[in-house]
Design a protein around this ligand. Sequence first.
Ligand code: GLN
Length: 467
Amino acid sequence: MNFSRISIEEILKLEREKRVSPKEVWNFFARRREELEPGVNAFITKVKYLNEGNGIPVGVKDNIIIKGFPTTCGSKILENYIAPYSATAWKRLKEAGFSLSGKTNLDEFAMGSSTEYSAFGPTRNPWDIERVPGGSSGGSAAAVASGMVKFALGSDTGGSVRQPASFCGVVGFKPTYGRISRYGLVAFASSLDQIGIIANSVRDVGYVFSIISGDDPRDSTTSSLPVPSYGEIFKHIEKPFTFIYPEGEFLKGASKEVKEKFSSFVKLLISMGGKGKPVDLSFMTHAIEAYYIVANAEASSNLARYDGVRYGLKAEANKLKDMYFRTRTKGFGEEVKRRILLGTFVLSSGYYDDYYGKGISYREFLRDKMNEIFKEGEFLTLPTTPDVAFKIGERQNPISMYLEDRFTIFANLSGLPAISIPFSLSKKGLPIGFQILSKWYNEDRLLSFSEMLEKKIDFENKLIKEA
Ligand code: GLN
């Protein structure tokens, strides 16, 4: 049986009826992992079958800690670090019976959009191994897309779950900020970081969401709002439903192909009984600047703890200051150093108001604006990425890498829930995904709506027919 093609719910039902065993389920995915992993490099650490739980294998991004396992964050500085406790999200999955397949590759400390900045080599896109899987949760997305795991956890600070999901033709979901505990997620930019879910279907995303989200006394930023159970999430979406889409200039950074496909997406929504309204989203164009100020400022402070004393790598030196210096210059990669420098700069006393202060006030402005925008319609639709997956080594200039996130980061700045679902293939045969966002904590309707679209788009069967 092909366990990649059926839902988590169905697999569990087969197990309950004793028609398949957890070991058979595990073996199915393990065989694929053995066959495909050498070409894809989705994992930093792989796990053997532990003969416990339901055997459904999960990939966990290697910046989410699991007791007794290495957590490298894709960095040399944490190469030999073993986690002393487990992240809440993983703990809840384990209690629900899921099995760990391994820790997945990422851009160092989740900084990047291609998984090329990992100290453990780049992950490759299973659709075309010359191309990147996106990032920073590229290992998680590639592991799901190649059928090595049933689903995976990632982290999304500026788009790192949705962008790789789009590049790899799978579903990527970042809930409202505060929905999933960050306890045990290694901090990059704490006010933006959220654990997200990558799976083959919106149903499976809903399944995992209902398990891992909700209040956690160990993370004071989690919301105490009740989380719908799996059975309660998926509802009928009545017609006409209302949605908004960007008009004019906003999409100018996207490729011609993405723009064309996006207008077919809007037409599809209208044909399905949607009342669509074009809105001016030009106020969002500064989100990218604000993000790289706020995220780097927080990162420079969060990464100060890797000093050779408390965690991981320690370089030898006679003087304390030299030890700090050597540890950090040896342990961190180039991109991480760049961000620490930028972040320290925007927080420095002479420039604080000019940069950090402005970034923060833009964020306030964005939240207010989004409140207004959602008066025009319940769902906001956007491309996920400006173009399809690019080639490994193609984005040498950091700014061109940063611009990859132009459609994803404002969901993080405003804390909104957002999902990317696969829509179509490009002429080169590469996946293109689109995003849907809705108001804070409206995840059940967002997932229901996405599932309705997913059925209509029928991405997977379209591929099978075309193959
Ligand atoms: N690509 C973005 C960055 O480099 C987002 C990363 C993320 O979401 N973790 O910061």
